[in-house]
Write a protein that binds this ligand. Structure first.
Ligand SMILES: Nc1nc2c(ncn2[C@@H]2O[C@H](COP(=O)(O)OP(=O)(O)O)[C@@H](O)[C@H]2O)c(=O)[nH]1
Ligand SMILES: [Mg+2]
Length: 501
């Protein structure tokens, strides 16, 4: 698998060559280089050197793995990838030979006899034929009314853009990728776009992301993750001390979710994976207690808004009908989540998001309080605030008395029960792509005393779209011990040691 670096943007598409036997994944050689050249020759040389180095390193790694006895690796290389949908739209075949001459940055003028601009009929015919081909390679015609997003998206072959913002998230990536593979919405219809920003981990998020993405697209990821889990189980008990205090039922649920049998297309590559790396100046620490202090919420949420908008603006293609936003730190999520949200035919729809807690804190709690129904009290409160102030939910400073989707959840409630919402949380949002085309976004400024996803929900509703949430359909956010929780755990550990003596 070859990676093209485009100004820090990494693409991992696939190109199909029916003549090639065996492994059907291969770099989109001529095609990629064509675009590399179109983008400017100055990048091409360094890219070729980079590619060459990458191929050498990959070959070396592969050989050393094989020699080291890990022959199993080969059995995970898929042998066929025939669905046309992998190659629709921007990956469609071009006549590389004909348009090659445009690669060199050549301008092409035809001056006919006598210095006139009129062309001889033969010249004209040749010119038009080539112009058509060139145009066909750079211009596509879309009837956007065909990409409105159907409630039965999979049957309708709707393409989904799946966006994931990431910051200092290397340790969470194995969980994210397992959840991605577990998605049953047809993988060949999903383009994944990651945005990595403002990391302080010396590139660990970026390099793991790149490795996992390549393996996912190569069909080898589940084996790698199995090995990774086996290693993880062996050590590092201090970091996982809190697990002793989590409910047994929850831990069992996690174990079951990450163990086979998985769905048939678990290992199937996605239509494409793109990775963008761009900083937005986020300085608030990514630790649980740092990022949840009430004072930092407004600034943090506005920067997240910027990041999300940048990602949609760069990754959304005309052929996408739906956009699914997903945070990295969801531990448990039904694989059918996209279909389950889609079927309700809402323009913006979110599930309920809870998190497990140690048993000494009650075992579980509503996590995402950003999905809510507006209240008169909050409207009155907003009138007393400055235009730029951002109301944040779940803090005593802002008594909004709103109905929160989180608190409506019942353990055995009907997962299809739906509530119309005003604000939405960002952990898992399914939205019709046309909303973004129509200018609805994640405000990076104060909009009706809100920012980012809550303001997105409000804006969508204000523009006449249907916004809702499922009360009893639950995704589980990871539990990250807060500073207080860690102190409590340390205290309990001391007590238990004392009792053992
Ligand atoms: N690109 C980008 N992603 C971020 C930033 N901050 C958080 N994230 C990611 O956005 C998602 C939500 O962030 P998180 O900190 O978990 O939010 P919380 O659970 O609401 O506290 C996760 O996938 C994070 O990795 C940021 O500044 N930039
Ligand atoms: Mg989170």
């Amino acid at each position: 698998m070859v990676v093209f670096v485009k100004d820090k943007r990494l693409e991992l598409p696939m190109h199909h060559d029916s003549k090639q036997k065996g492994n059907h994944f291969r770099p989109k050689s001529g095609f990629g280089l064509f675009f590399a050249k179109i983008n400017g020759l100055r990048y091409a040389k360094s890219r070729i050197v980079f590619l060459f180095a990458l191929v050498l390193v990959s070959t070396f790694l592969l050989l050393s793995k094989l020699v080291g006895g890990n022959v199993n690796l080969m059995q995970y290389i898929p042998t066929s990838l025939d669905e046309q949908e992998y190659y629709d739209y921007d990956f469609k075949g071009l006549d590389i030979d004909t348009i090659k001459k445009y690669d060199e940055g050549v301008s092409h003028y035809i001056i006919s006899k006598g210095g006139m601009e009129a062309l001889s009929s033969e010249d004209k015919e040749a010119f038009e034929r080539e112009a058509d081909m060139l145009l066909a390679s750079t211009t596509d015609l879309y009837d956007l009314s065909q990409y409105n997003g159907a409630s039965n998206g999979a049957a309708n072959r709707d393409h989904v853009l799946l966006c994931v913002p990431l910051r200092d998230a290397a340790s969470l990536l194995p969980m994210l990728f397992k959840n991605l593979m577990n998605l049953t919405y047809p993988h060949e219809l999903i383009d994944i776009a990651f945005l990595v920003s403002d990391c302080t981990d010396n590139g660990r998020t970026m390099s793991s992301l790149l490795d996992f993405s390549k393996e996912l697209q190569n069909g080898t990821l589940s084996k790698t993750l199995q090995d990774f889990e086996a290693d993880k189980d062996k050590g590092n008990s201090a970091e996982q001390l809190y697990l002793k205090y989590m409910g047994k039922d929850y831990l069992k649920m996690v174990k079951n979710a990450f163990n086979p049998p998985f769905h048939d297309d678990y290992d199937k590559p996605f239509r494409s994976i793109q990775i963008f790396e761009k900083d937005f100046g986020q300085q608030i620490g990514q630790g649980f207690s740092d990022r949840h202090a009430v004072k930092v919420q407004g600034v943090r949420r506005k920067l997240m808004g910027r990041a999300r908008n940048w990602l949609t603006a760069n990754a959304l293609k005309p052929y996408h009908s739906w956009v699914y936003w997903r945070d990295v730190d969801v531990e448990l999520c039904p694989g059918t989540v996209i279909e389950d949200l889609m079927k309700h035919d809402y323009d913006v729809i979110v599930p309920n998001v809870w998190r497990p807690l140690p048993t000494f804190l009650g075992g579980a709690q509503a996590y995402d309080l950003n999905s809510w129904v507006e209240s008169n009290e909050a409207i009155k409160l907003a009138k007393t605030l400055d235009e730029d102030d951002v109301i944040v939910e779940g803090y005593a400073e802002y008594p909004t008395w709103r109905v929160h989707l989180g608190y409506l959840r019942k353990d055995n409630g009907n997962p299809d029960d739906l509530l119309d919402l005003d604000g939405v949380g960002g952990v898992s949002i399914l939205a019709r792509a046309q909303l973004f085309r129509k200018g609805i976004h994640f405000p990076a400024f104060t909009f009706e005393n809100h920012a980012e996803t809550e303001a997105f929900g409000k804006m969508a509703k204000k523009m006449g779209f249907k916004v809702g949430g499922l009360m009893h359909y639950t995704l589980w956010h990871i539990y990250e011990p807060s500073d207080d929780d860690l102190r409590e755990i340390a205290k309990l550990e001391r007590e238990s040691r004392r009792n053992q003596r």
